[in-house]
Design a protein around this ligand. Structure first.
Ligand code: ATP
Length: 228
């Protein structure tokens, strides 16, 4: 069943238009890679979904028009965002950060710390004292604590040590196998992205130029639009 339906989405920063026609459809439980070179509109698409920027076109989550909602209500409708730059409450402990985000559902402190054991080990530490990788795990944990139907990760492995990246990719594989949450992923590491994704959507200059099963994404298409 379709969870997220985006058609002909446009958006601007003041007078500067960034999105000209984004199409993106996601089903429950599906992992979709949102791809494209730098500046092609990936983060802007995420901002539009989360209503952090004004947009026009079709933007429906589970049959509900997101355009009529303010951003805090989008989160309540089941969109969990892990934004670029892993925002957590620096002065709160790991536990407090997780509890502050909690909404009823299958994701609890127990499940999050089972997915990321390091967070359990750091439960009473303030977020500011965590490593970059641990902060990223906390940001993902916080998004999961909202019990989202759609989880969005914007460059979640950016700037992290290889071993921590592997832990995050492993967690995403587990989420894909063990839960029904739909995941929209933006990441520079195309190999890892392809390994975990079911579908891909490629943007160029604010438009969807390719979408399909990840298995149909040929090296030629990748080279043309993503530059590898
Ligand atoms: P990256 O991988 O570099 O983050 P992206 O695909 O996520 O790229 P966006 O950040 O969505 O791309 O940017 C799309 C376009 O919008 C770019 O031309 C960018 O310069 C412009 N843009 C992004 N943020 C702003 C902003 N706050 N004000 C003005 N223009 C912006």
């Amino acid at each position: 069943m379709t969870l997220l339906r985006i058609e002909n989405l446009s958006a601007s920063y003041g007078v500067s238009q960034a999105l000209f026609g984004v199409d993106l459809e996601m089903a429950q439980g599906e992992v979709t890679a949102l791809m494209g070179r730098n500046g092609m509109g990936k983060t802007t698409t995420v901002k539009a979904i989360c209503r952090m920027i004004r947009s026009d076109g079709t933007l429906m989550l589970d049959g509900q028009d997101l355009h009529v909602l303010p951003s805090h209500k989008v989160a309540r409708k089941g969109v969990g965002l892990v934004p670029e730059g892993r925002r957590c409450f620096a002065d709160l402990t790991v536990r407090e950060n997780l509890i502050a985000a909690a909404r009823p559902g299958e994701w609890t402190l127990h499940r999050v710390t089972e997915l990321f054991p390091r967070l359990g080990e750091r439960f009473s530490q303030r977020a500011v004292s965590l490593s970059g990788g641990e902060q990223q795990m906390l940001a993902i944990g916080r998004a999961l604590m909202t019990n989202p139907r759609l989880l969005i990760l914007d460059e979640a492995t950016e700037g992290l040590a290889p071993i921590v990246r592997q832990e995050i990719w492993a967690a995403l594989h587990r989420l894909r196998q063990e839960t029904n949450v739909a995941i929209l992923l933006i990441d520079k590491s195309l190999k890892e992205l392809a390994a975990v994704s079911d579908k891909a959507v490629i943007l160029e200059r604010g438009r969807t130029v390719w979408s399909g099963d990840i298995t149909d994404l040929t090296p030629e298409i990748s080279e043309k639009y993503v530059g590898v």
